[in-house]
Design a protein around this ligand. Structure first.
Ligand SMILES: [Zn+2]
Length: 262
């Protein structure tokens, strides 16, 4: 039986188009992407000259469009963590000393800049109603994200790093016109690094307007005392070593990628 193909969504980024395609294929739809090659060859012209078009058979279009529209921030980040193999399952030793059966290998989110760009667009749209002069990211995870969000929103970018244990803005930045900022972090667990950043900014009389993260791993428990946005909130289960069933079952304990946190 012949079907006409219809375009149900367009993207200015190959990664997002591929993600939507694989999602629909999981539901059993046949999906075609137009201009994907063009996008890979001339990425700088994307958006202005052409967009990647996602097409399905006209008989599938209504259902498929519904699925694409339901791809909210949480399901987007979930799909993305899966596609980048960043959501690991196993028996992990966390920096807190507790054990968990899940671990987010957050550095993989930055490995493909298109992935990072997609995320930053979503973060930017979550804070677009706020007024601020610059975007701040704590080293290292927050640097690339804050830079990209700043570029998308036409703001300045600065970053903080620890110097002799103390969180400070990297020296050399001109802070003369920076009065209000947004803080961007990759994953918030206890919120420790972000709190250090807010204290550093306070000491410089720079006002924090909003804090945003990709994943709130506290499952909504963290409270910074400032507006906080996260694309996805999950409570990662953790156990004390003596209460861990995976330990009792003799499963090998893995200490995942050493983090920059102390
Ligand atoms: Zn264990």
């Amino acid at each position: 039986m012949e079907h006409n193909l219809v375009t149900i969504a367009t993207f200015d980024n190959v990664f997002e188009a591929e993600l939507a395609k694989s999602l629909l294929e999981n539901y059993g739809f046949s999906v075609f992407l137009l201009n994907e090659r063009m996008m890979a060859t001339y990425p700088s012209m994307a958006g202005d000259m052409y967009r990647v078009e996602l097409q399905v058979a006209d008989t599938d279009s209504e259902k498929a469009a519904e699925i694409i529209e339901s791809l909210n921030d949480t399901s987007f980040v979930t799909e993305l963590l899966k596609s980048e193999n960043a959501l690991l399952e196993g028996h992990f030793l966390l920096t807190s000393g507790k054990h968990s059966n899940k671990y987010i290998e957050k550095i993989r989110i930055l490995q493909n800049p298109e992935v990072a760009f997609s995320i930053c667009k979503r973060i930017a749209s979550r804070i677009e109603d706020k007024e601020f002069d610059a975007v701040v990211g704590p080293a290292y995870g927050g640097i690339a994200l804050a830079f990209e969000v700043a570029r998308i929103m036409g703001k300045d970018f600065i970053f903080t790093q620890r110097k002799e244990e103390k969180m400070m803005i990297r020296s050399g930045f001109d802070l003369t016109n920076i009065k209000k900022v947004a803080i961007i972090e990759d994953i918030v667990t206890t919120g420790g690094s972000v709190i250090e950043v807010t204290e550093c900014l306070k000491s410089l009389n720079i006002e924090v307007i909003v804090i945003a993260a990709i994943v709130d791993r506290s499952g909504g428990k963290v409270d910074f005392g400032y507006p906080f946005e996260s694309l996805m909130s999950i409570a990662v289960p953790t156990w004390l070593p003596e209460e861990c069933e995976m330990c009792q079952a003799g499963e090998a304990l893995v200490k995942p990628g050493s983090s920059d946190k102390k």
